[in-house]
Ligand binder design. Structure first.
Ligand code: PLP
Length: 342
């Protein structure tokens, strides 16, 4: 590999808008969305709601904002939200849940996915001196869990238990499109048990910016107010929505390629002494593996050879496949990672 070549597997967020996407953005018909006058935003929101089987959806700048809107909708200050281990909204949103909605998080189960029994164990009894459990939030696919798909039968069992306990459900579906591609279940089927769902256009779908929150008309009307309060009211946002719409229609079906690439990369890593990886854990586009050497050293040496991956713990590394890396590049990256395994 030449020293200038850079294969960036740090995240599926590093993609750049394709020529077709840039054309769609340039041609976008726009209006002031705070006045409710941007046709591209309205089309994208309607299409997202339709794909997710919900009444309405709202375009927001980031997955973080979509999750935060859900916390604001469902919780009061001092409440507790039950999440899977290592949930994005607990670990990677700069403490926003505590800062804006005033909530704390309780983890259920291990590895990101959990069961209805884990949920029952995590729910607080009602007492004045305890936080009030007010929401169950699942992540599908689970980022820190290595892109694992939340098994649908478990989702249904959790939803049934949550309903029996009177708890609403939020889905962090930043990579719901990947879960859909991996299982063959429609986004609407995966979203059905949830009151609100956040999805991202800027991850595997390759849009430069943007996410959405979907739910009932009432929830989304309230979320629109909260979005404005958080500074997320955007004006001629159709330019960004055009990229997201293009991504939804053109880049969803190809996600299976990313999954095949991740499996290929994982196979090379799994057979390398110096790395530890359970191949069965690679279900979508994320590969997380253990390293005998310190993860930072592996990341540094791979970067010197033109391959970028992320340290995900002292001895854990994450690589994500996406639409800007070809199978050939994945093979090259695998060769480099094998070489620096130690
Ligand atoms: C599962 C999950 N949820 C939410 C987010 C937040 O998205 P954003 O970076 O757009 O705020 C991410 C980002 O990687 C994510 O992986």
């Amino acid at each position: 590999m030449s020293s200038h070549t850079r294969i960036d597997l740090r995240s599926d967020t590093v993609t750049r808008p394709s020529a077709g996407m840039r054309r769609a953005m340039a041609d976008a018909e726009v209006g002031d969305d705070v006045y409710g006058e941007d046709p591209g935003a309205q089309r994208l929101e309607a299409r997202t709601a339709e794909l997710l089987g919900k009444e309405a959806a709202l375009f927001v700048p980031s997955g973080t904002m979509a999750n935060q809107l859900a916390l604001l909708l469902h919780c009061r200050r001092g409440d507790e939200v039950i999440v899977g281990e290592g949930a994005h909204c607990k670990e990677y949103e700069s403490g926003a849940g505590a800062a804006w909605a005033g909530v704390q998080f309780a983890e259920a189960g291990k590895g990101g996915v959990f069961t209805a029994e884990d949920l029952t164990a995590a729910v607080r009894p009602r007492a004045d001196w305890l936080p009030r459990t007010s929401l169950v939030a699942l992540e599908n696919t689970h980022n820190r869990g290595g892109g694992r798909v939340f098994p649908q039968r478990e989702v249904l069992a959790i939803a049934e238990r949550a309903r029996a306990l009177g708890l609403p459900l939020h889905l962090d579906g930043a990579r719901l499109w990947n879960a859909s591609a991996a299982t063959g279940l429609s986004p609407a089927a995966l979203a059905e048990p949830f009151d609100t769902v956040s999805v991202c256009f800027s991850k595997g779908l390759g849009a430069p910016v943007g996410s959405a929150l979907a739910g009932t008309r009432e929830h989304i009307a309230q979320a629109r107010r909260f979005r404005k309060m958080l500074g997320g009211g955007m004006r001629q946002v159709g330019v960004l929505c055009a990229a997201a719409s293009f991504a939804l229609e053109s880049h969803r079906e190809r996600l299976v390629e990313d999954h095949a690439h991740a499996k290929r990369l994982a196979a090379r890593i799994a057979e390398t002494s110096g790395y530890a990886l359970d191949l069965a854990s690679v279900e979508t586009n994320i590969v997380i593996f253990g390293t005998a050497r310190p993860a930072d050293d592996v990341v540094r040496d791979a970067a010197s050879a033109g391959v970028l991956v992320s340290a995900f713990g002292p001895h854990r590394v994450r690589a994500a496949t996406h639409l800007d890396v070809s199978l050939r590049e994945v093979e090259e990256a695998a060769a480099v990672l094998v070489r620096v395994a130690g």
